[in-house]
Design a protein around this ligand. Structure first.
Ligand SMILES: *[C@@H]1O[C@H](CO)[C@@H](O)[C@H](O)[C@H]1NC(C)=O
Ligand SMILES: *[C@@H]1O[C@H](CO)[C@@H](O)[C@H](O)[C@H]1NC(C)=O
Ligand SMILES: *[C@@H]1O[C@H](CO)[C@@H](O)[C@H](O)[C@H]1NC(C)=O
Ligand SMILES: *[C@@H]1O[C@H](CO)[C@@H](O)[C@H](O)[C@H]1NC(C)=O
Ligand SMILES: *[C@@H]1O[C@H](CO)[C@@H](O)[C@H](O)[C@H]1NC(C)=O
Ligand SMILES: *[C@@H]1O[C@H](CO)[C@@H](O)[C@H](O)[C@H]1NC(C)=O
Ligand SMILES: *[C@@H]1O[C@H](CO)[C@@H](O)[C@H](O)[C@H]1NC(C)=O
Length: 450
């Protein structure tokens, strides 16, 4: 029993008797959260058994280090196999690695696909040899705000865990002050599709060594937002060996142009590129050629002149653009966001083109509500493709009489707005009628019979 208790404690799946409620199960969300992991938690954990997500918050496993852990009885294996738990979150726990190393293999009897550690401290180094050649059902592993001893002391762990890590699909190590990643680690993750190293301290010199030849060979998605990257060129060179990369998020770094940047080629596979909040005054070149989604919102761009024939979504909110970029350059575009720029008017022919997109947003711009200005926006809104924000966040800045008005309420009737345009033809018609009348009068017969 001791063994089972400890195992289940280690896995966070504790089955025992008792009274105190420390776990709370939300049936609608199939989510169970347990506080202060300890032997007392066991009494309550039984109610988590039908949850798909179980979260453990707080606790100290240090005192269980000395517990002996042996192999499981067939009945225990069967119990683990019957659980529906898919994701386990461990938060604010002090985790002795020696204990983790001993219980991790028991995950092979479960259906747990995701394991997440948040605000945990990993202590010491474990003996991972029990994991030699083992695989686990866990496909997604994440660490957020964790502290551990340096990775360099963990070669044995990586080699023992290699078989499993070689099948892992998703890995996130975020908010954990990571400054570098040894080349050899990337080579272990042969099947990894998604890697997030966001909110760390990676600099320009950390990327190329981490993404060395043979590292993360199947990587499709890389998130590097909120780091200390500054050279666009170094990033381009750093990811150059990731030939399957489709998605790259560099948002929240302060990127700068680099005179030699034009020589670097981004992986041709890149489709989704996030440069939001990167301090850009101008578009940095080159851009990946086959992009479908480009986010350059929250920058200081004043103009944009790009040719990206496969682009489908372009996000440019929170910039200093004074005009709508010419969307003729993006024949496949379906989404364009231009909120909070300095655009005062949408030209008529642009309105017609914008009306063909599925999702357009131009809220919080200083609109000029001349007849054509307000009329263009109203026509666009009528096409039904103006995204959220219409009508409240579309207000006139000029002329003075409409300042602060919602654009939607500016009267743009044909008569008011097109008076000048209509006067001339009207005169001609009247003049012609007048001539016709005069001709009639000069004739002897009444016009009505003519
Ligand atoms: C379960 O979660 C839902 C959605 O977050 C929430 O509305 C509900 O109040 C929760 N139920 C309990 C018992 O906490
Ligand atoms: C967990 O332990 C902390 C202190 O260690 C205590 O303040 C808190 O109330 C405990 N939470 C539960 C749900 O028992
Ligand atoms: C990060 O984890 C530490 C414990 O290791 C905790 O004290 C701290 O509050 C956490 N920070 C955040 C932002 O969650
Ligand atoms: C790790 O454990 C194995 C047995 O499981 C043992 O043979 C080996 O010596 C241990 N290694 C270390 C470094 O303690
Ligand atoms: C441009 O990038 C190269 C390679 O990363 C670097 O050595 C050089 O200092 C950078 N130049 C500038 C002006 O930032
Ligand atoms: C780009 O990154 C920002 C900030 O990290 C995020 O809010 C935004 O949704 C991302 N854009 C796209 C298109 O995924
Ligand atoms: C618009 O952008 C400016 C500067 O980029 C920012 O200060 C302001 O908060 C933004 N306004 C809205 C409504 O988001």
């Amino acid at each position: 029993m001791r063994v089972a208790v400890l195992l289940l404690l280690g896995l966070g799946l504790l089955v025992a008797e008792g009274r105190r409620d420390r776990c709370f199960f939300n049936r609608t969300q199939e989510y169970c959260v347990c506080y202060n992991l300890s032997e007392e938690t066991m009494s309550s954990i039984i109610q988590c058994l039908s949850a798909t997500v179980v979260e453990f918050q707080g606790g100290d496993l240090e005192k269980y280090i000395a517990f002996p852990i042996r192999d499981l009885a067939p009945s225990a294996i069967e119990t683990l196999g019957s659980l529906v738990i898919q994701k386990i979150i461990i938060g604010n726990v002090l985790v002795p690695e020696i204990l983790l190393a001993r219980v991790l293999r028991f995950f092979s009897y479960t259906h747990v696909q995701e394991l997440a550690f948040e605000s945990c401290i990993f202590q010491g180094t474990g003996n991972w040899s029990a994991m030699d050649g083992q695989t686990l059902p866990i496909m997604s592993l994440s660490f957020h705000n964790v502290t551990s001893s340096p990775l360099t002391g963990h070669e044995q762990a990586f080699s023992s865990l290699g078989r499993w890590l070689g099948t892992l699909q998703e890995l996130a190590v975020t908010g954990s002050r990571v400054t570098s990643l040894p080349c050899a680690i990337g080579r272990v993750f042969g099947a990894l599709r998604s890697l997030s190293l966001a909110q760390n301290s990676l600099g320009d010199r950390s990327l190329a060594p981490a993404l060395c030849q043979g590292a993360f060979p199947r990587l499709q998605k890389l998130s590097l937002h909120h780091n200390r990257l500054s050279s666009y060129h170094s990033v381009c060179e750093g990811v150059g060996l990731l030939l399957e990369l489709r998605y790259l998020d560099l948002s929240h770094n302060q990127l700068m142009a680099n005179s030699s940047s034009s020589s670097c080629q981004w992986p041709a596979s890149l489709r989704h590129f996030n440069l939001s909040n990167t301090g850009l005054d101008e578009v940095l070149m080159p851009l990946p050629p086959n992009l479908e989604v480009l986010d350059m919102s929250h920058n200081h761009l004043r103009a944009l002149d790009l040719l990206l024939s496969s682009l489908k979504k372009l996000f440019l909110s929170q910039n200093l653009l004074q005009a709508v970029p010419s969307i003729r350059n993006y024949p496949r575009l379906d989404t364009l966001h231009l909120d909070n720029n300095s655009i005062s008017e949408l030209p008529r022919d642009e309105v017609t083109l914008l009306g063909r997109l599925q999702d357009v947003a131009v809220a919080d711009n200083p609109f000029s509500c001349s007849c054509s200005g307000a009329g263009g926006l109203q026509a666009l809104a009528a096409s039904g493709h103006l995204g959220q924000g219409w009508p409240e966040e579309y207000r006139c800045q000029s002329p003075a009489q409409y300042q602060g008005w919602p654009v939607a309420q500016v009267p743009v009737s044909v008569l008011r707005c097109h008076l000048a345009a209509m006067v001339a033809p009207l005169c001609v018609i009247l003049a012609l009628l007048g001539v016709a009348g005069a001709v009639c009068l000069l004739r002897t017969r009444p016009c009505s019979r003519a």
